[in-house]
Design a protein around this ligand. Sequence first.
Ligand code: FES
Length: 71
Amino acid sequence: MPTNNLDPEDEVICLCSGTTQSDIARWFAQGLDMDAISRKTGAVSGCAGCEWDVSEMLRILAEQKAAADNV
Ligand code: FES
């Protein structure tokens, strides 16, 4: 999906639902897991082509949270 938005936080990660990376990060921060985020946003519930990207983003966010919690 072409975009003129240069903010990577607002990059669409799920083309089917229009869910952005910031949407995923916001729901992760609220404590939602992949299934709950999928139900809230519609990500991974269409063609599922974004599943790896969403999963990888959640893995990275979880690592960052664990590192921050251990400081
Ligand atoms: S790209 Fe996310 S469900 Fe299709």
